[in-house]
Write a protein of this length. Structure first.
Length: 445
């Protein structure tokens, strides 16, 4: 499957100030595959070392962290030459060896011509405890496949091209809009984890049976994530983290209007109350890439971070397909798109996932006395509001209140309807949220 990260990896390779690269992301989002494919396509040789598969690799770093000695021993371990001018070195599951993580500093200082990448499960958690030099390492983040990547990976290239090249001020052809809507509902079931999308893409002769297999894979992945939590967070913490993670979907069903509510700490984990006691498990899940946090603010002014409080936020699942699996929403229910108020949260979770994949920035939500805007974007045009509607009703009292108070240069309502943009407000299909960034760079018509 083609991933958008490939272009960023090529840009890293060609950078004159290239540093050792760490690819971050949740387990099973495709980090290893993306690095290997990049290495095999862009370098003469790709030298791959997995610290989890063989403990002997970690022993190479025990004596000292001198890059030349480490390279020499890696050559003997692999029984092949490593050409530092034309080859790439990939350290996988690097969280298993803290000294290897630290060694990246010395490779940058003493061997800047060496192309070196690293990845690992729960690396976001490991980076919080392992010493590593600020400014000596470059980071890229990999997320589940977004909707455009899903379309391309499931041989819907024509729809993908239409989505990528269409201006939101021009409605999609009616038949294309219907097809995109149907594919979007399928994406809500599968989500963007590569193994799940691949299982769906490889056999769609019987959609019912395919979606049953999809849910089975998602449940297995959920068990694997829980095993990771137990393995890497300690027995006591693991219990709290697991309960908190399982509680996220239940938290979202509390609002009767179908929009995601602010996270409520009471009863999220039995016996634990208050932000102070739950902040550790929440941070662990966020650093592991398993939840997405949207800060709730009541003042829409730049910078948005200045008006955010660490204890006021919404939580979303990192993958909308996993949300459906954990919430036990049957695939047929999603495909029929009639599962009550909770479909509003599923739609919001999709938007949060798409924005996280396309923007290297925190997510923010605005609330007034009786109004709420699901997402605010900080852009060159100022603050841009995104209102999320899960159906065809696009009237938004909250957006009217926001526009009257803050006068944004652009505003968007995402819904089931086709594009219809007039003046500063644009009605856009929810599946096209990934194109909003491009639209913000387009002159108004």
């Amino acid at each position: 499957m083609n991933r958008k990260i490939a272009k960023k990896l090529i840009a890293w390779k060609n950078s004159a100030q290239r540093k050792p690269l760490i690819l971050r992301g949740a387990r099973q989002v495709g980090k290893t595959f993306s690095l290997k494919e990049f290495g095999q396509k862009e370098f003469r040789n790709c030298h791959y070392f997995n610290f989890e598969e063989d403990d002997r690799i970690s022993q190479i770093f025990e004596k000292d962290l001198k890059p030349q000695r480490i390279i020499d021993e890696l050559r003997f371990y692999r029984n092949s030459n490593i050409d530092l001018g034309q080859d790439i070195i990939i350290f996988d599951e690097i969280q298993r060896c803290g000294r290897a993580l630290t060694s990246l500093k010395y490779f940058y200082e003493e061997m800047p011509h060496c192309a070196m990448c690293a990845a690992g499960s729960l690396l976001g958690v490991a980076l919080n405890v392992e010493p590593f030099p600020v400014g000596k390492i470059e980071f890229l983040d990999l997320h589940p496949l977004d909707f455009e990547e899903f379309l391309e990976g499931t041989e819907e290239e024509e729809l993908c091209g239409l989505l990528q090249n269409r201006n939101l001020y021009e409605p999609y052809p009616a038949l294309a809009h219907d097809r995109l809507w149907e594919q979007w509902k399928r994406y809500l079931v599968t989500g963007g984890l590569p193994s799940v999308v691949l299982a769906y893409a490889n056999d769609r002769t019987n959609l019912f049976e395919t979606m049953i297999r999809v849910r089975k894979i998602q449940r297995d992945l959920f068990s694997a994530y829980l095993a990771d939590i137990a393995k890497h967070s300690g027995k006591t913490n693991a219990i709290h983290i697991e309960r908190l993670w399982r509680n996220v979907p239940a938290q979202l069903a509390r609002n009767i209007d179908g929009s995601a509510p602010k996270f409520r700490f009471k009863d999220a984990v039995p016996g634990m109350r208050g932000f102070e006691r739950l902040s550790g498990p929440i941070d662990w899940l966020a650093n592991a890439g398993l939840i997405l946090k949207t800060f709730t603010i009541d003042t829409a002014a730049l910078p948005l971070s200045a008006y955010a409080s660490e204890n006021k936020f919404k939580l979303y699942m990192f993958d909308v397909g996993m949300l459906g699996a954990i919430s036990d929403i049957q695939p047929a229910t999603i495909l029929q798109y009639g599962f009550g108020n909770y479909q509003g949260y599923v739609a919001e979770n999709f938007v949060a996932q798409e924005l996280t994949a396309s923007r290297a920035a925190n997510l923010y939500c605005w609330t007034g006395k009786t109004s709420e805007i699901e997402f605010l974007l900080s852009t060159d045009l100022g603050i841009v509001p995104l209102e999320v509607k899960s159906g065809r009703v696009t009237h938004s009292k909250s957006l009217g209140v926001f526009e009257e108070r803050y006068h944004p240069e652009r505003s968007y309502v995402l819904s089931a309807r086709n594009s219809e943009c007039k003046g500063k407000r644009c009605l856009a299909p929810i599946y096209a949220v990934g194109t909003v960034e491009r639209d913000l760079r387009t002159p108004k018509l």
